[in-house]
Design a protein around this ligand. Structure first.
Ligand code: ZN
Length: 191
């Protein structure tokens, strides 16, 4: 069963998996506070920070939202927004353009930042804290998305027909709810 917990407990679980100082290798590597572990041998302090991720709201000219179906776990088979992790030394806008090209073979124009949500991502039995950045994007007219990479399928859905419960990742579901509330005033009771 998937672990679900938030904040401090999640970080403590993460820290418990890392027994040795990544700087000197000492086992005298102890929890410093809810954000960090400290090495008693060399003084190194390791901070666990959120990994940045991006996701896109792409609307067509009929104001329908482009949604994807996830090909892989976590949340395989559920609906998702296109996006992914930001690489080192990349801007969020560059990450968004790269991910949408990889996942949908689409060129994105003028990504506009909307809002962010904290999230966690299950990876190798660890829950990694993330900060998801959501953007509104335009694509060049008449371009057809081609599902690729870890996207099983993709299709446009009219905003009023979107079912929030079909989105598998918690922060994406919350983000779609916020987006719909702003776009059409829709509210879902299930979240
Ligand atoms: Zn050390």
């Amino acid at each position: 069963m998937k672990k679900t917990y938030q904040g401090k407990e999640q970080v403590m679980d993460f820290f418990s998996k890392f027994s040795f100082c990544p700087s000197c290798g000492s086992a005298d590597f102890e929890i410093n506070n809810e954000k960090s572990k400290r090495c008693k041998a060399c003084g190194f302090v390791y901070y666990l920070n959120a990994s940045a991720a991006v996701a896109a709201f792409i609307l067509n000219e009929k104001k329908e939202l482009l949604v994807c179906r996830r090909k892989k776990d976590p949340a395989k088979g559920t609906l998702d927004l296109p996006g992914g992790f930001v690489d080192n030394y990349e801007t969020a806008e560059e990450a968004l353009k790269r991910e949408i090209m990889e996942e949908l073979q689409l060129e994105v124009e003028n990504p506009t930042y909307l809002f962010s949500l904290p999230n966690e991502y299950e990876y190798s039995n660890l829950l990694i804290p993330t900060l998801d950045l959501f953007f509104l994007c335009q694509i060049k007219k008449d371009l057809i998305p081609i599902p690729s990479d870890d996207v099983e399928d993709c299709f446009y859905v009219p905003l009023e027909k979107i079912q929030l419960e079909l989105f598998g990742l918690k922060s994406v579901k919350k983000a779609v709810e916020i987006f719909l509330r702003e776009q059409i005033g829709k509210k879902c009771q299930n979240i």
